[in-house]
Every structure is written in structure tokens, then in C-alpha cells.
Design a protein around this ligand. Structure first.
Ligand code: 6GU
Length: 291
């Protein structure tokens, strides 16, 4: 299994080395764009720039969300800046991929030369002080599935990437967190936005259903500030191979009141967050009522 993984990554790397223009071939920073946060790709300059679909990369797990294939984007944010690689369209465990296969893109990035990974996501707010639109820098996580054995590093250890028993108590790089707070203060002075920068704990759940109110209460009591269906598997893979990690959640909704993200990219079939919000507004759903 271990060799098979290394072999598959080597084949994917070989493909990229043949396709990506030489000056973009060794990105130092890798970015995984969260759901609804792919807009960052537009900040990559038109030149030099290269993109390739996941479906074109040998062994790359195909992304099935939102009906279009994801892509790897190579480029720069400023002329002569360090090259970056972006995953535009992430791969989620709930799509049916094994939790181990989520490590593939991260390990491929490592082989490309990435030493720092930035991961973003949309998450539901559990902390009662958080408002929709706030950003939260992760300083810790709760890997519920992982504690129960559904873990990206389960199986023979990939020794060529990292150790059997990696520590995660220092997973979220302190200097990078400090840098974000510092930059936020500078930006905020200019923007005067009401959006706040938080720092806290992300609970990873498997999805795809959103949490019930009772589940939200459990997660909050366990110390989670937000809840989401991504990020933690990638971060574990990244720390295993000793990358520096920065992760940021966008609070898209209050998990307890209105489970689910922005209605526009949710296929409305059963009861969606929009239905629920409407029901609350019309007084048809009283969460505290017991009958
Ligand atoms: Cl409320 N829960 C989960 N698990 N993921 C989310 C979310 C909620 N809102 C956005 N993503």
C-alpha cells in the first residue's frame, strides 16, 4: 500500500513535470480553496500561469462536487513573486473517497516542493460570539472521525513522507497565525469592516448531512468553535510530511440555528437551510419548543 501510494504520486509528479512551465514547477506555497472560496484563483496573474484538471493528472482523486472537475492552478500573485499552487475545488471525504485518498494532493504538493500549506473552508459557527462572515484562524482541531479510527494515516506508514506517530499538538504554525493577525489589523484599519478575525477550534465531521441541534450542543461542549466537513484530513497529511500549516474558516452560518451554507450552491431537495431560515422567520419552527 505504501509503495503503491509513492508510486502513484511519482506518476502524477512525472505528468506535472512534463506539463508545468519550468518557472512555475517548484511552488513553495500550496493553497487549498474551500467551498465557495475558489475566487482566490482570480487573484493569480494571467502570466505566468498554468492549470490542469484533476481528471488529467494520473491517480488524482476526481472532485465530484458542484458538477465540475477541480483543477490545479500554478502561478504567482505578484510579478516575480514566489510561485504558488492552488487546488481549486477540493476533495471531500463525504463524496465517497477513502479518508486516506485525501492525502494524495497534499503529498503531491510536497513532492512539488511545497513547504507551507494554506487551507480555507466554509464552516458553521458554534461559538455564540461568532457572526456570519467572521473569519477564524484555526489554532486546534477535533478530529471526531479520527479518534474513532477513520484516519488519513491509518494503514502502513508512508515512511518516505513522515513518522508513524506524528504529533499534532503544534499543528497550526504560531508565526503564520501571528502574521495573519498582524495583516488583519493593517487591512481592517483601511476597510473598517464589521467582520471579525477569530481564533479557535474546528471540529471535523464526516457529513454530508448537517448536524442536528443536539450534535451542535455536543460539539460546542467539547470545545469546538466551528464545525465543517473538510480541512482536518489535509492538515494531518501536511503535518505528517512536516509542512507548515495555516488554516482559516469562513463562518457561513450559525450551525445551531440554520445548519448549512449559502443556499445558492445547495441542491434543495429535502429541507435545506433556506427552508429552515424561512420557517424560523415565519414562526413555524421554534427550536426551543417541546411538544
Ligand atoms: Cl453547519 N456543518 C458542517 N458540518 N459543515 C458546514 C456547515 C455546518 N456550514 C458550512 N459548512
Amino acid at each position: 500500500m505504501e509503495n503503491a501510494t509513492s508510486q502513484r504520486i511519482a506518476e502524477a509528479l512525472h505528468y506535472l513535470q512534463a506539463k508545468v512551465p519550468p518557472k512555475l514547477q517548484q511552488p513553495i506555497i500550496g493553497i487549498i480553496c474551500g467551498s465557495g472560496l475558489n475566487g482566490l484563483a482570480e487573484a493569480v496573474l494571467p502570466e505566468p500561469r498554468f492549470e490542469t484538471l484533476y481528471t488529467d493528472i494520473p491517480h488524482f482523486p476526481p472532485s465530484t462536487v458542484q458538477g465540475h472537475a477541480g483543477k490545479l492552478l500554478f502561478g504567482v500573485f505578484e510579478p516575480d513573486a514566489l510561485p504558488v499552487v492552488l487546488m481549486v475545488g477540493r476533495i471531500h471525504f463525504y463524496e465517497g473517497h477513502s479518508i486516506q485518498s485525501i492525502t494524495f494532493p497534499v503529498r503531491l504538493m510536497k513532492r512539488l516542493g511545497v513547504d507551507t500549506i494554506i487551507v480555507t473552508n466554509a464552516a458553521g459557527g458554534l461559538n455564540e460570539d461568532y457572526a456570519v462572515g467572521d473569519l477564524m484562524v484555526l489554532n486546534d482541531h477535533i478530529n471526531l472521525a479520527g479518534l474513532a479510527g477513520i484516519h488519513p494515516l491509518r494503514g502502513p506508514n508512508a515512511d518516505d513522507f513522515g513518522v508513524r506517530f506524528p504529533a499534532l499538538s503544534d499543528a497550526y504554525d504560531l508565526d503564520l497565525r501571528r502574521l495573519v493577525h498582524h495583516l488583519w489589523k493593517e487591512l481592517d484599519r483601511d476597510a473598517g469592516s464589521t467582520r471579525r478575525l477569530r481564533e479557535g477550534t474546528y471540529a471535523f465531521v464526516g457529513g454530508p448531512s448537517y448536524e442536528t441541534r443536539a450534535e451542535c450542543r455536543i460539539l460546542r461542549r467539547l470545545g469546538a468553535d466551528v464545525v465543517g466537513m473538510s480541512t482536518v484530513p489535509e492538515i494531518i497529511a501536511a503535518r505528517h510530511c512536516n509542512m507548515r500549516v495555516l488554516a482559516i474558516s469562513l463562518v457561513t452560518n450559525n450551525a445551531l440555528l440554520e445548519a448549512g451554507p449559502r443556499g445558492d450552491d445547495v441542491q434543495i431537495q429535502g429541507s435545506s437551510r433556506q427552508d429552515l431560515t424561512k420557517a424560523i422567520q415565519e414562526g413555524r419552527a421554534n427550536h426551543d419548543e417541546v411538544i
